[in-house]
Design a protein around this ligand. Structure first.
Ligand code: ZN
Length: 135
């Protein structure tokens, strides 16, 4: 894996949290995006090479709603950038990790994404993400 691409933070109220993180990071949110497949609204900040993603649930069956119920607000996942997500998924399967989705799905911020089951990774939800290249 290449580097940490972003850290995902689960929040109850996106607009309140955008205001908080704009003040914390002294940077403007550069993008908000609804991800229908995950039932979330997201907001992104750049901090040097890395990004912060805020995630708010858009429905009670959203993974973020379930996370907030169980654990409250806080760090939800760590995302690593990969060159070839299919190859990386295959490698992780061969290492015995359980992936939460069988094939990559469309994530926020122009990425294909896949998650590793947090049971296998010390309770940390890890996201793989690959930039979608338009040809
Ligand atoms: Zn993410």
């Amino acid at each position: 894996m290449n580097k940490i691409e972003h850290i995902g933070i689960a929040v109850k109220n996106l607009s309140n949290s955008i205001d908080i993180y704009q003040r914390v990071l002294n940077a403007d949110c550069y993008k908000t995006e609804r991800v229908a497949s995950e039932n979330v609204n997201t907001a992104f900040f750049r901090t040097g090479e890395n990004k912060i993603e805020l995630l708010e649930a858009t429905s009670p069956d959203s993974p973020i709603a379930k996370f907030l119920e169980k654990k409250g607000e806080g760090i939800h996942h760590v995302a690593f950038l990969v060159d070839d997500i299919l190859e990386e998924m295959e490698r992780l399967r061969n290492e015995g990790f359980v992936l939460l989705n069988e094939s990559p799905k469309k994530g926020a911020d122009n990425k294909m994404v896949c998650f590793i089951h947090p049971k296998e990774t010390n309770g940390v939800l890890i996201e793989l993400c690959q930039e979608i290249k338009w040809r």
